[in-house]
Ligand binder design. Sequence first.
Ligand SMILES: *Cc1c(COP(=O)(O)O)cnc(C)c1O
Length: 214
Amino acid sequence: MSHSVRENIKQLRQEIGNVELVVVSKYRTIDELNYAYQYKQRSFAENRVQELIKKKELMPDDVQWHMIGHLQTNKVKFIASFIHLIHSVDRLKLIKEINKEAKKYNRVISILLQIHIAQENNKFGFTIDEVIQIIESNQFSEFKNVKIIGLMGMATNTSDKDIVKSEFNKLHSFFSERKDQMKWTTLSMGMSSDYPQAIECGSTLVRIGSKIFQ
Ligand SMILES: *Cc1c(COP(=O)(O)O)cnc(C)c1O
């Protein structure tokens, strides 16, 4: 097991080059996480707050924790003191809450705006139009303890790579249009099933779980 995790990470790093690798550790044991940690992996992502907190307690302090799952406002307080990046910010009310909790710790929390690009409607996120409206109304400027560093998106779960690529292209083109104005650095797109397409379409960060721990 430890050998295959190492091999998988090594291969992935070679394949993705400069693109940042965040290892998705949901459903995995601490032993499994440690195989990746021992291979110098420091960024891990969880999709549930409870699980994230539990693993944070058991892993070394220099791990950078990413939140990638739908986040309830009443759970923000449990991660505000340490979270490295929240990818799944999909409503204004949540930004407000993150700002409030970050302030208590005198932190500025980095976040990504999750954009709904897939055909399925069970995936969360802003529409591009909603983000444009928010940008233009300048509502972000009041949130001093939140820093929006980019966008996140999930493509439709399909084997049709053309659909996947057109969704990633749409997100990337919006990202490129606004990144200088907004000082965005991070475009989080791509998981085990579609990271090659995501990278082809300009992803700067991939979130990969099953391919590593298979
Ligand atoms: C589970 C998950 C991933 C990783 O999926 P794999 O198929 O295991 O690589 C990436 N992003 C989000 C938002 C997830 O929930």
